[in-house]
Design a protein around this ligand. Structure first.
Ligand SMILES: Cc1cc2nc3c(=O)[nH]c(=O)nc-3n(C[C@H](O)[C@H](O)[C@H](O)COP(=O)(O)OP(=O)(O)OC[C@H]3O[C@@H](n4cnc5c(N)ncnc54)[C@H](O)[C@@H]3O)c2cc1C
Length: 580
């Protein structure tokens, strides 16, 4: 069992191996957790259910009122992930994600406020804090007496987080912190900041993490930002001017801040995922009611194929997102050592599925959808941020693809040094190769292609599994081919990386849907699981189509032309053709 926890499903998949024990059976919450969550759901309905008008008003005003924040604190929403002995609910990743889902059904600004506190603001303390640090802050964070914020981004350091300029210089009695942070969620209401600062001038990215509290002299907060969406959540600059941070507030090891930041984001991803699912479920409710009620051409628009197509896709996207986020939460809760690629995939898929759903929901409501009187335009504005924060989807796609290639690349080095003469004497040659290299060499020699297969899924879902298996062996070949073609230059080949990332995203999500449907089929039987089977069949078909196109694009593409067209525009800084 301990070996399994060292396995990354996606890293293995890129080498042609389907580690089905990682994703099967589909994870479920235990009865105690379900019971607690049912209670949370019902009480949240009481707390948030009748506030639609207020949420609309607060969105326009761009602020959550203090009395409302007090109610959230009283409810315990800031203590979701804090251990019970410190006054929290002690939720693991799956229960936390589910709780945020429930909050996000009502209001994105509230979900982001609560989520930024638990997913990233105080998660460094949860993951890396010493016992003394935890006992100093947990109780106050659980009650919301202290709200937490995560301070990484700076005016000149967004995606390139390693280039931050905020400095922490060691003193006899602590660290002197100077710098400015930008777009900090909860900035205006937080008392507890996880701050990242440079602690050495040698090399790039020698960063450390610190706990900074608002009462430390030299901490100041900028005004509320006026934003497109999640307008009622607080976003501000945070400034540190000669702030003396005590030695005891160093979080984790000195100079390990970059890794700490990445681990925090990784561990907190199911919060954003849960929020996306909650919003999607809300959109499905709104869209189905709207389409049933609205009549055109003498019938409800829900009877038209093009409306059914949109709603059907929204349901598929929601089911697939929930399968994926639940799986990632379970990898976290089961103690898997490395699920960073899977977590990044869940963030990209969830945020894009939500965006598609919000856009289609607005289209179904059409003119009404465009009016501020209705909730759709706000839901579109609120959804957009998810593709930007906690790592942009572009940067996460590069991470997804390059992580896979990094692993395979390491194995390739082994292959190239041992391959000489192998094909003259395969048996002898194969003996000196690693398991991976054997597979590669066989592929290269066209010998007996060994495929990763699902062996434990229900035979009734064989067809989607075959789609998955075929794409897996193609993926392994594609990773190999891309690496051989570009070598280290792959870092600069973003078109190729994006295709690979898109294939990996589709395959991981499909694996999660297969697992969810397989488990449901066994538990509920084919009749009750008929609609879920249908979702799986359609989703697998869609994946097959997209994946084929992406594989095809690896060799056949017009990438260089597109780059040239873009370069022309960058040079001119305008559209160069006119018709008058
Ligand atoms: C509402 C809101 C709340 C936020 N909350 C927080 C918070 O609480 N804490 C915090 O620290 N930060 C927060 N952020 C900051 C957020 O994480 C950053 O906006 C995000 O990381 C992207 O940085 P950037 O906006 O500077 O974009 P840039 O990094 O400048 O990127 C611009 C564009 O270039 C792309 N790009 C960048 N690098 C590459 C590359 N190597 N290859 C290809 N494309 C690339 C990006 O994907 C993007 O499309 C928040 C932002 C917003 C808008």
């Amino acid at each position: 069992m301990s070996d399994l926890k060292a396995v990354s499903f996606m890293r293995s998949l890129c080498m042609g191996q389907i580690e089905e024990d990682v994703v099967l059976p589909f994870p479920t919450l235990d009865e105690d957790e379900r019971e607690t969550l049912r209670g949370v759901r019902d009480s949240l309905e009481g707390l948030l259910g009748d506030r639609a008008e207020q949420f609309r008003k607060w969105d326009r005003e761009g602020e959550l009122p203090g009395e409302y924040l007090e109610e959230l604190k009283q409810f315990g929403l800031f203590g979701l992930v804090i251990p019970e002995q410190h006054g929290g609910l002690g939720f693991g990743s799956a229960a936390y994600s589910r709780a945020l889902q429930e909050v996000a059904r009502y209001d994105a600004s509230t979900a982001v406020t609560v989520g930024a506190h638990s997913s990233i603001g105080m998660r460094g303390l949860l993951l890396f804090g010493t016992d003394e640090q935890r006992s100093r802050y947990y109780d106050k964070l659980a009650t919301g007496e202290m709200i937490a914020a995560f301070c990484l981004t700076e005016p000149e350091a967004g995606s390139d987080a390693a280039s931050i300029k905020t400095t922490a210089v060691r003193q006899a009695d602590g660290w002197l912190l100077n710098g400015n942070k930008l777009w900090i969620t909860n900035g205006g209401i937080a008392d507890f900041f996880t701050v990242f600062a440079k602690t050495s001038n040698e090399g790039r990215g020698k960063i450390s993490a610190f706990i900074v509290t608002k009462d430390m002299p030299g901490v100041s907060i900028g005004p509320h930002e006026d934003k497109m969406g999640i307008r009622a959540s607080s976003t501000t600059t945070v400034h540190f001017d000669n702030v003396l941070v005590p030695e005891s507030n160093l979080l984790g090891e000195e100079h390990k801040g970059f890794k700490i930041a990445m681990k925090i984001l990784n561990s907190g991803r199911t919060g954003l995922g849960g929020g996306s699912i909650g919003a999607m479920k809300h959109l499905i409710e709104l869209s189905t009611q709207q389409a049933n009620q609205r009549k055109q051409f003498g019938k409800p628009i829900s009877e038209f194929g093009l409306i059914k197509q949109k709603v059907g896709q929204m349901v598929i996207d929601c089911y697939a997102t929930e399968a994926t986020v639940t799986m990632v939460a379970s990898l976290n809760d089961r103690g898997f050592e490395d699920y960073s690629v899977e977590a990044a995939i869940s963030k990209v898929f969830a945020s894009e599925a939500l965006w598609r759903s919000a856009d289609e929901a607005l289209q179904i409501a059409a003119g009404n959808g465009y009016m501020c009187e209705y909730p759709y335009e706000r839901l579109v504005r609120d959804s957009r941020i998810n593709r930007i924060f906690e790592g942009t989807n572009e940067v996460l796609r590069l991470f997804i693809a390059l992580s896979a290639m990094d692993d395979v690349g390491a194995q390739l080095k082994e292959l190239s040094s041992t391959l000489t003469g192998v094909f003259n004497d395969p048996i002898k040659g194969f003996g000196v190769l690693s398991e991976y290299a054997i597979k590669r060499a066989r592929l290269a020699a066209g010998i007996n292609l060994e495929r990763g297969v699902f062996t434990k899924v229900d035979q009734r879902i064989k067809r989607p599994c075959v789609i998955f298996e075929e794409a897996t062996s193609e993926l392994a070949i594609a990773v190999d081919r891309i690496l051989r073609k570009h070598g280290k230059d792959i870092i600069g080949k973003q078109f190729a990386s994006k295709r690979l990332a898109d294939i990996m995203i589709d395959l991981f999500v499909l694996a999660c849907v297969i697992s969810r449907v397989d488990t449901s089929l066994r538990a509920n039987g084919p009749e009750q699981a008929a609609d879920e089977l249908r979702i799986l069949e359609v989703f697998a078909h869609q994946v097959q189509r997209r994946v084929r196109e992406n594989f095809h694009g690896i060799d056949e593409n017009r990438d260089e032309d597109i780059k040239a067209i873009a370069d022309h525009a960058f040079e001119a800084e305008k559209f160069s053709w006119d018709t008058i």
